[in-house]
Ligand binder design. Structure first.
Ligand code: NAD
Ligand code: ADE
Length: 425
């Protein structure tokens, strides 16, 4: 175990959980070979000496491994949660007690505490921000503008965060460059699709112990996350309906063999609903009015506004917790609607989030994106940038290697053929 100085400032649930957290971090590390290789290199090269990083990510065992890599590269890190329900309290304790990393996060924290924790991270005057959903960037650009001159750049982990940042950039208000980690192929093709596909089903099952076989499951959104969830629910024997607003994605869903229909029509039939759109009130008032008695609704998108919980609450005469992360709303007309994980991302609220093997690639992108920002110094304009393609490919190569897989290389004749326009029939 690393013996590091305990940070003077932190706020975690119980430092007594540190040993359990350390075991969880070590278990995750076994499945993160790409990040391990990056850690070994950065620990030698120390490119981040005294760099202040302010991170707002889900505080999980996988995130802990990323924090350790950055710390070994020389960074001074403060970490808070990017969702009030996603923190693993034992991991948070281990980071503080064993790794000397300042963490401000408690599972189940209220809204005020959530923002107080972001504020504690900002008090460390970060030079690099690392967001999952752009809450730190938003705080910096609204209530804490005096801190902006210190910031050299940032990274963003998720689709919703990248959407918010692009909106800021197009309005000309973004003050520093951000690398859109989400948009790397080694991120969203695997994390959003297979990571959420598996972990959202995991969250639903841990919360409910539901038999998925034979159930009608409705997935709203057929983007990267929705495709993953739909394919995994189908794999478990559910009859899956897809709801979309984008005709191309709806068509793709149809040709992938799913029935495509509207949310309101699906509401009458579904036993289980999972939203994955990054949009608001997707299961809205009208859909709620159509839900069957006993319908279960869950969200896997970033914010807890995909299910109109306000409308559901208005129609409810009572609410009760049936099991952890399972709440039943009894409605005036006698129907009972079940909401999982308070409508927050079900995979992180009711389970442990994505398995480390996918976070290995997402967080390799994060570590290399920070290194890229440091190397580029102040040369990048305040825009949203992709992860450079060569870094994305390097991560894919390292992952394949760690999985024991080899790929072919083009011969020189093939390379020439691929570049030429003259060769034909
Ligand atoms: P995406 O843009 O690839 O897909 C979103 C899809 O939702 C699009 O196809 C869009 O047309 C559709 N959509 C939008 N509004 C809709 C509506 N009203 N009804 C039906 N469909 C609608 O994005 P993504 O990468 O799949 O991410 C989706 C959400 O999941 C985002 O909020 C993202 O931040 C989040 N996310 C969560 C996790 C997790 O761990 N739970 C992981 C990655 C991403
Ligand atoms: N997002 C989804 N799963 C995650 C995990 N295991 N750790 C950090 N962020 C995540």
């Amino acid at each position: 175990m690393t013996i590091a100085t305990r940070p003077s400032k932190h706020d975690v649930a119980d430092l007594g959980l540190a040993e359990a957290g350390a075991r969880r971090i070590a278990w995750a590390a076994r499945e993160m070979p790409v990040l391990r290789a990056i850690r070994e290199r950065l620990a030698k090269e120390r490119p981040f000496v005294d760099l202040r990083i302010g991170a707002c990510l889900h505080v999980t065992a996988e995130t802990a491994n990323l924090m350790i890599v950055l710390r070994d590269g020389g960074a001074r890190i403060a970490l808070c949660a990017s969702n009030p329900l996603s923190t693993q309290d034992d991991v948070a304790a281990a980071l503080v007690a064993n790794e000397g990393i300042a963490v401000f996060a408690k599972k189940g924290e209220d809204r005020d505490t959530y923002y107080a924790h972001i504020s504690s991270v900002l008090e460390t005057r970060p030079q690099i921000t690392m967001d999952d959903g752009a809450d730190v960037v938003t705080e910096l650009h609204t209530r804490r503008r005096e801190l902006l001159p210190d910031v050299r750049g940032g990274t963003e982990e998720t689709t919703t965060g990248v959407t918010r940042l692009r909106a800021m950039a197009s309005e000309g208000v973004l003050a520093y460059p951000i690398i859109a980690v989400n948009d790397a192929l080694t991120k969203h093709l695997f994390d959003n699709r297979y990571g959420t596909g598996q972990s959202a089903v995991d969250g639903i099952l841990r919360a409910t112990n539901l038999l998925l076989a034979g159930k009608i499951a409705v997935v709203a959104g057929y983007g990267w996350v929705g495709r993953g969830i739909a394919s995994r629910l189908r794999g478990m024997g559910s009859i899956v309906l897809i709801c979309e607003v984008d005709p191309l994605r709806a068509l793709e869903a149809a040709m992938d063999g799913f029935e495509v229909t509207t949310v309101v029509a699906a509401a009458r039939r579904g036993d289980l609903f999972v939203t994955a759109t990054g949009n608001v009130n997707v299961i809205g008032r009208e859909a709620i009015a159509n839900l069957k008695d006993g319908a279960i609704v869950a969200n896997a998108g970033h914010f807890n506004d995909e299910i109109d919980l306000g409308a559901l609450g208005e129609q409810a005469t009572s609410r009760r917790e049936l099991r952890p992360f399972v709440e039943e709303f009894a409605l005036r007309d006698g129907r009972r609607i079940v909401v999982l994980g308070e409508g927050r991302l079900v995979n992180l609220a009711a389970a442990e989030g994505h398995p480390p093997a996918v976070m290995d690639m997402s967080f390799a992108n994060q570590a290399l994106a920070v290194e890229y920002l440091v190397t580029k110094g102040g040369t990048l304009a305040p825009q949203v940038y992709p992860v450079p393609r060569d870094l994305d490919e390097e991560i894919a190569r390292r992952k394949l290697e760690a999985m024991g897989m080899k790929i072919d290389e083009m011969t020189s004749a093939q390379s020439e053929y691929a570049r030429s326009w003259k060769a034909g029939t």
